[in-house]
Every structure is written in C-alpha cells, then in structure tokens.
Ligand binder design. Structure first.
Ligand code: CO
Length: 134
C-alpha cells in the first residue's frame, strides 16, 4: 500500500543551526524556513536526489514537538512520511488492521499542501509514521 518515502523529519531546537549543518557540512540544498503556526512548527526542507529531509523547530508554547525535544535536547529523528494514493482508503485499511490514527482521524493539510495523517508509533515499531496523499 505505501509508496515512496516522501520525507524523514528531524526535530531540532534551532533551525538556523540545523540548516547550516546540512548546507555546509553535508553540502545540501536547504529551503528558507516557513512558519506553520497551525502545526506549531517552523519547517525547512533539505532536498535530496531521492527524497527530502524535513527540519522541524518548535513554534509557540504548545508545539507538538516540544516534549520530544525535552527528551532529545540535541534533536533527533521525529517521523517518517510515506506516500499513499488514497489517504481515506489507507486510513480505513490501517484501522481495520488495528492501527491507531492520531487526532480525530480526519486528514489535515500538511506541510506540502496535501492531506496527511499520523499513526501511533506504538503500532509501527516505535516510529511515528505520517502518511501523505501523493
Ligand atoms: Co512530515
């Protein structure tokens, strides 16, 4: 069911520092940061030939990545995002398989303007999984 790896997201305390690491040490192209107050994060994308890295910095008091960064002060891998053709069909199949969808179970518009859902990491080998309609 899942298709391409759309991105791997890394949570960081300081986006400017993380962007500098990817630009200078790793020689990658990094987008300008974009604030997404509705998601509680500021995001920059690292473009790789076969996928993207999403750098996430907390934005606001109730950022969903604040607790993660409290546990991982130097940052860390936060989630992986897989593409699916039909997000509602994917959700229904996952729920039928016993997976727990986070939030109210309805897709939200994610960082790329496409519908996304997040899945409980306890059901996926300890990894937070985002699915995005391709
Ligand atoms: Co993501």
């Amino acid at each position: 069911m899942i298709g391409r790896l759309n991105h791997v997201a890394i949570a960081v305390a300081r986006l400017a520092d993380a962007a500098a690491v990817y630009r200078h040490a790793l020689g990658a192209q990094v987008s300008e940061p974009v604030a997404q107050p509705e998601h509680g994060v500021t995001v920059a994308f690292v473009t790789l030939p076969n996928t993207k890295i999403e750098l996430l910095e907390p934005l606001g008091e109730a950022s969903p990545i604040a607790a993660f960064l409290a546990r991982n002060p130097s940052g860390g891998m936060h989630h992986v995002c897989y593409e699916v053709e039909d997000i509602l069909a994917a959700r229904d199949r996952l729920k039928a398989a016993g997976a727990r969808v986070l939030g109210d179970g309805e897709p939200r518009i994610g960082a790329h303007g496409k519908p996304v859902l997040f899945l409980n990491p306890k059901d996926f080998c300890g990894t937070l999984v985002e699915i995005e309609q391709a």
